[in-house]
Design a protein around this ligand. Structure first.
Ligand SMILES: Cc1cc2nc3c(=O)[nH]c(=O)nc-3n(C[C@H](O)[C@H](O)[C@H](O)COP(=O)(O)OP(=O)(O)OC[C@H]3O[C@@H](n4cnc5c(N)ncnc54)[C@H](O)[C@@H]3O)c2cc1C
Length: 378
C-alpha cells in the first residue's frame, strides 16, 4: 500500500523470531517489510506493531481482545487491515503482510467478511471459505467404586491413561465397522471442577435432598472413561454469514451448520461398546454406561476443538490456503489456526496449531520476505 501524505513511519527493530511468533500465536498481526509500519500521527494502532517488536506489555492482551478487526485490505501491492478502536472509531492499518490468527472460527468469519476467497455453497458444492467445518464426537461412561477414594480435586487431565488402539493404530480394521477415522480412549479424570463435577449414578434425582446425599456419597468414588472421536468433513457441515443477525459493528454474525452424520454415529457406537466392555471388566459398584452422541448440541460443554473453514490444500479449487497457510487469493495473507485442518483427527488441536504457526513463521521469514509472492504455484 502506498504511503499516504502526512503518514508517519516508524521503524520497528525486530519483526522476526519470537516476536513474530507472538503475533502468529496470539492475534491478528500486521507486519511491514524491512521492519517498517505506516501509521497515522497519534494512532494507538502503533501498539499493534509494538507487540511484534517488543515484549507484550501488561494490559496489551486485554486491549487486543477489546479491539475488533474488520476487513483486511489486501492486494498485490500490499494491504493492511481496517480496524476499530475501543469505542468504535474505525481506522486503516497499512501493512505488507497480514497474519490472521484470531482463533479458528474468527479467522473464517474475517475471511467471509473480507470477501477473500469464494464462500462455500453447500448446494452447488463450490467455493472454499466456510467448508470442511469439523468438530469432535465421543462417548463417556462414569464408574462408581463404593469405598474407594480417588481425590479428584487434586487431579489433572495429564494423569489420564489413554489407549490409541482404535485411532492411529493401522492394524485396527475399521472398514468392517463401516467408518473411517477413529477415536482415542482415556480413563481417569480431567479437571474436576468444584461446582461442575458432581458425578452421581443414573436415576438419582437431579436436585433436592436425595441429590445432595448422592453427590456427597459418590464424589470420591467416581472415575470416567471417555472417547474423543474424529469428525470427517462432509458437504453438510459448514460456516456462512448469518442472513439475519449482526454484531455491534453492523457485520453479519458467523453462522455454523453442523450435526453428526452416519460416520460419527458408527464411531460413537464402536467407542461406546469398547468403553462399556472396559468399564464392566473393572467391576464397578455402579456404572453409567456410555451412549452414542446422535445429535450435536451446544450444551453441555464437550470441547472447544473447532476445526476447518479455511483449509490448507494442494490447489485453490479445493482449499483456501496452501501448505504454508498462505491464501491462494492474496499472497500477503497468512491464516493460522485450527481452521486450516481439512478434518478433525480426534485429538485436541493446539499442538498442531502451534507447530503450524512455527512452520508459517519460518516460511514468512525465510521464503516470503526474500521473494514475496505465492510460495506454491497455483
Ligand atoms: C475451556 C477450553 C479448554 C481447552 N482445552 C484444550 C486442551 O486440553 N487441549 C487442546 O489442544 N486445546 C484445548 N483448547 C483449545 C485451545 O484453547 C485452542 O485450540 C487454541 O487456543 C487455539 O489457538 P489460536 O492461537 O488459534 O487462537 P486463540 O488462542 O483463541 O487466540 C486468538 C486471539 O485472537 C484474538 N482475536 C479474536 N478476534 C480478533 C479480532 N477480530 N481482532 C483482534 N484480535 C482478535 C483473541 O482475543 C485471542 O487473543 C481448549 C479451549 C477451551 C476454551
Amino acid at each position: 500500500m502506498d504511503s499516504a501524505p502526512g503518514r508517519r513511519r516508524r521503524r520497528v527493530r525486530h519483526v522476526f523470531g519470537e516476536h513474530l511468533l507472538w503475533g502468529v500465536d496470539q492475534d491478528v498481526g500486521v507486519l511491514g517489510f524491512e521492519g517498517e509500519v505506516q501509521i497515522e500521527p497519534g494512532e494507538r494502532v502503533l501498539e499493534f506493531a509494538d507487540r511484534l517488536a517488543t515484549t507484550v506489555a501488561p494490559g496489551d492482551a486485554q486491549r487486543m481482545q477489546e479491539r475488533q478487526f474488520d476487513r483486511p485490505v489486501l492486494g498485490e501491492q500490499g494491504g493492511g487491515v481496517l480496524a476499530a478502536r475501543d469505542g468504535g472509531e474505525e481506522f486503516e492499518q497499512p501493512a505488507d503482510i497480514v497474519l490472521l490468527c484470531a482463533y479458528a472460527i474468527n479467522n473464517v468469519h474475517l475471511m467471509l467478511l473480507s470477501g477473500v476467497g469464494e464462500p462455500y455453497d453447500p448446494v452447488a458444492q463450490k467455493g472454499v471459505i466456510g467448508k470442511n467445518y469439523c468438530y469432535q464426537t465421543g462417548a463417556g461412561a462414569t464408574l462408581f467404586f463404593e469405598g474407594r477414594h480417588f481425590n479428584p480435586f487434586m487431579s489433572a487431565g495429564g494423569s489420564n491413561a489413554t489407549i490409541d488402539d482404535f485411532n492411529i493404530n493401522g492394524d485396527f480394521d475399521r472398514g468392517k465397522h463401516g467408518f473411517v477415522g477413529g477415536y482415542n480412549v482415556a480413563g481417569g479424570f480431567n479437571t474436576a471442577l468444584p461446582i461442575g463435577y458432581r458425578p452421581v449414578p443414573r436415576g438419582t434425582p437431579q436436585w433436592g435432598k436425595a441429590w445432595k446425599a448422592a453427590t456427597a456419597k459418590w464424589y470420591q468414588t467416581a472415575m470416567n472413561i471417555g472417547a474423543s472421536g474424529s469428525v470427517m468433513a462432509n458437504r453438510y457441515n459448514y460456516y456462512d454469514l448469518d442472513p439475519t443477525y449482526r454484531n455491534a459493528f453492523g457485520q453479519p454474525l458467523m453462522r455454523m451448520t453442523f450435526d453428526y452424520k452416519e460416520n460419527e454415529h458408527k464411531i460413537g457406537q464402536h467407542a461406546a461398546q469398547v468403553i462399556n466392555d472396559i468399564a464392566k471388566s473393572m467391576n464397578p459398584t455402579r456404572l453409567n454406561e456410555a451412549t452414542v452422541r446422535t445429535r450435536w448440541t451446544v450444551v453441555p460443554y464437550q470441547s472447544t476443538h473447532n476445526t476447518g473453514g479455511t483449509i490448507m490444500g494442494a490447489n485453490p479449487r479445493d482449499s483456501a490456503l496452501n501448505k504454508y497457510l498462505q491464501s491462494w487469493d492474496c499472497h500477503n495473507l497468512f491464516v493460522v489456526g485450527a481452521n486450516v485442518f481439512p478434518h478433525n483427527a480426534s485429538y485436541n488441536p493446539t499442538g498442531p496449531v502451534g507447530a503450524l504457526a512455527y512452520w508459517t513463521a519460518d516460511a514468512v521469514k525465510n521464503r516470503y520476505f526474500k521473494d514475496p509472492g505465492p510460495l506454491v504455484p497455483a
